[in-house]
Design a protein around this ligand. Sequence first.
Ligand SMILES: CCCCCCCCCC(=O)SCCNC(=O)CCNC(=O)[C@H](O)C(C)(C)COP(=O)(O)OP(=O)(O)OC[C@H]1O[C@@H](n2cnc3c(N)ncnc32)[C@H](O)[C@@H]1OP(=O)(O)O
Length: 161
Amino acid sequence: MDFLAVQDFYPEDFAWCYGCGRMNSSGHHFRTRWNEEETLTEYQPGPEHMAIPGFVYGGLIASLFDCHSTGSASLAFYRQAGHALGDETPVPRCVTASLKVDYLKPTPLGPTLRVIGRIAEIGRKKVVVVSELWAKDVLCARCEAVLVTAPASMLQNSSPS
Ligand SMILES: CCCCCCCCCC(=O)SCCNC(=O)CCNC(=O)[C@H](O)C(C)(C)COP(=O)(O)OP(=O)(O)OC[C@H]1O[C@@H](n2cnc3c(N)ncnc32)[C@H](O)[C@@H]1OP(=O)(O)O
């Protein structure tokens, strides 16, 4: 791997997410990292991610924002606690409470998509992440997401087997 992503450090039992779980062979394997004070997820859609010929399916864009935002929240909690990826301390696990996506321009199918996030708010168990999705130099979508520390009920029976 050319960089460390937060999803590389989710415990194996929690790495099955369809969007970002490295254990899920059918999933997208989105990977999120710090880029100085912003977070970054890059993804290359394939032809199967089409909406209308030439354009990316909006559900994929929402999925990308979803996992980018949970990953960003985990990164934010971890950095706030004084940790960096690679430390032995497990990364915090967050789930999506709210995801609001604005589709601003048709997203061309072809370029690598770049999602750039800003930690707008960080509390005891809640993070608000505001993100933009860019295709080359076109701002195609924007998202505001509320992420909350994963509840105990979601941390039981976490392995698919
Ligand atoms: C373990 C996972 C690791 C892998 C990561 C991959 C994740 C990929 C992304 C996903 O798809 S996650 C799956 C979709 N999400 C869910 O299934 C979550 C279902 N909802 C819940 O379990 C609970 O509603 C939730 C944990 C989100 C909140 O319940 P809590 O009882 O912990 O919330 P609480 O009432 O204590 O509120 C905490 C804060 O969040 C805020 N909040 C809660 N729900 C909200 C909401 N819906 N919208 C906006 N804000 C919300 C709430 O206002 C409050 O803000 P403040 O701290 O500022 O007071």
